[in-house]
Design a protein around this ligand. Structure first.
Ligand code: GTB
Length: 217
């Protein structure tokens, strides 16, 4: 039986591939595992049937042979452990690839998401301030600078492309383009990820659900 993932019935991003189902789709495509998608409406996310899959009422989730997982880090790690292609065989290199997955979601992602949310949900509220917004951007800039210094001229974060790069590229895609462009090697890193055939298949699959017209090139 094919694994089943959940995704938005209609993503608010209109097919830009910014919702987190894209991480899972990309992982499946990298390892060549066919999958099925259960599309969930915003109302359906908060219904009991979906909360049994994810107590937080969010996408994506994974169901496979009775196993139910939520959290993209856990789902991508599961896919990477089941199939060759996303984690190195050498135990130390494997541990470092997993470390980069954590770095993506627990060090890089929080300030990026905080700034994004401050941009749309805090604006107009009494606590919104342009100073805080600038401060959040500064914090992202610090992290991007540190990551940029570590990546240097390398194609990927630690040797060959891994699940760590998959997660990091997707997290960096959520950063404001203006902030990312200050670091040309990170911008090129994201473009390298997006150029992978597996990424493009994943992007096209979510576009067929969320976008309109031909898949943008
Ligand atoms: N930590 C969890 C994970 O990594 O799996 C976070 C999952 C999560 O935030 N899911 C979001 C969700 O289900 C979708 S991706 N939100 C609905 C809810 O909480 O009620 C976040 C997202 C949504 C929309 C856009 N967009 O339109 O650009 C981008 C990202």
């Amino acid at each position: 039986m094919r694994p089943i993932m959940t995704a938005f019935e209609k993503s608010p991003d209109g097919g830009q591939g910014l919702a987190r189902d894209m991480r899972v789709r990309w992982a499946f495509e990298e390892v060549g595992q066919p999958y099925e998608v259960r599309l969930v409406s915003f109302k359906g996310l908060k219904a009991e049937a979906h909360r049994e899959r994810n107590p937080f009422g969010q996408i994506p989730t994974l169901e496979e042979d009775g196993l139910v997982l939520f959290e993209t880090g856990a789902i991508v790690l599961r896919i990477a452990e089941q199939h060759p292609g996303l984690l190195p065989a050498d135990p130390a290199a494997r541990a470092r690839a997993i470390m980069w997955m954590f770095a993506a979601v627990s060090t890089m992602e929080p300030p990026i998401i905080e700034r994004e949310q401050a941009g749309y949900s805090d604006r107009g509220k009494s606590w919104y301030s342009t100073e805080r917004f600038a401060f959040l951007e500064e914090r992202i800039g610090v992290r991007l600078g540190e990551l940029s210094a570590r990546l240097g001229e390398n194609d990927w974060l630690d040797g060959d492309f891994s699940a760590g790069d998959l997660m990091m590229v997707m997290v960096l895609r959520r950063a404001d383009a203006r902030l990312l462009e200050e670091f040309p090697n990170l911008h090129a890193y994201v473009e390298r990820g997006k150029a992978r055939p597996a990424y493009q298949r994943a992007f096209a699959a979510q576009w067929r659900v969320n976008g309109e017209g031909p898949v943008p090139v």
